[in-house]
Structure formats: structure tokens, C-alpha cells
Ligand binder design. Structure first.
Ligand code: PCA
Length: 144
């Protein structure tokens, strides 16, 4: 399905790594952290509670499948170096954990026609989640 311009990993980002968010420069194509391509806009197949959890305004996706809303974000194809750098940024494994999750591609943003992906394709992507969160976080408003 993927031609050679795609890299080893797919990552779905929903927070500070998205375009126009403060950490985007790290994942953006041309970054020194590694190789990346913006694949498209997507949304989680499952619902998750997404809350703003700290005084730094950092979005946390709590690993409680079925609670909350479908979460919107961006899908990137990245190489091993980029994935390792993202893991450092996200504080793996203490702060966040990285696991795979099914993401619905809503709009392909690939510019190379040979890599075409149809909308509504389900992609298995890496996603950063908080596994060991305090129950009280589930009282906060859920974002999308
Ligand atoms: N950065 C990662 C996880 C949460 C965050 O702020 C992201 O954008 O997906």
C-alpha cells in the first residue's frame, strides 16, 4: 500500500505536535529530529477522554477507551529516529505511554499521487496515552 516515500511508522498526534501547536516544529517535515510526512487528518475510531491536565495546558489522552469523544488529529509517517525523539519529548514510558490505536483517515494530505489513501481508511497508528492517571481527571471537561 505504501510506496517508498513513506517511513516505517505511523503516528497520530492530537496535542502539541499538531500544526500550529508549540511542539509541531519537532515533527514537521525537514526537522532535525528525523524524517516525516504529513499523511492526513484523522480521528480515533474509539472514544477517549481528552483533558487539559496540568497548569502548562498540556492535553492528556487518558487510556480509558469508550469514555469521552472521538479525538481529532493528524497522522504522520515517520522514521525510527523521529519516533525515538518523539518518545523523549513525551517522556516515555513514565509520563506518556505509546501504543497502537485504530485511526480513521478523514482527509489524505499526501501530495504524491502514487501514495494515495482513500478517506475512511482505518490506519493502525502509534498514539501517546496516559495509562496511570488519577481517577479525578475523569471529572474534567472532555475535549475533541
Ligand atoms: N503531544 C502529543 C501527545 C500529547 C501532546 O501534547 C501529541 O500531540 O499527540
Amino acid at each position: 500500500m505504501f510506496k517508498r516515500i513513506m517511513f516505517e511508522h505511523l503516528v497520530f498526534v492530537y496535542g502539541t505536535l499538531k500544526r500550529s501547536e508549540p511542539n509541531h516544529h519537532l515533527i514537521q517535515p525537514g526537522s532535525a529530529a528525523g524524517q516525516s510526512i504529513l499523511v492526513g487528518a484523522g480521528q480515533t475510531k474509539n472514544k477517549f477522554p481528552l483533558v487539559i491536565a496540568t497548569k502548562y495546558n498540556i492535553p492528556h489522552l487518558l487510556d480509558a477507551v469508550g469514555t469521552g469523544s472521538f479525538v481529532a488529529g493528524e497522522i504522520y509517517s515517520v522514521d525510527q529516529s523521529m519516533l525515538e525523539n518523539l518518545d523523549v519529548l513525551e517522556g516515555i514510558p513514565k509520563h506518556y505511554q505509546r501504543r497502537t490505536e485504530s485511526i480513521l483517515l478523514q482527509e489524505s494530505l499526501l501530495t504524491e499521487p502514487s501514495t494515495e489513501l482513500k478517506p475512511n481508511t482505518l490506519l493502525n497508528c502509534w498514539i501517546y496515552v496516559c495509562g496511570n492517571f488519577k481517577e479525578e481527571l475523569l471529572q474534567l471537561p472532555f475535549l475533541t
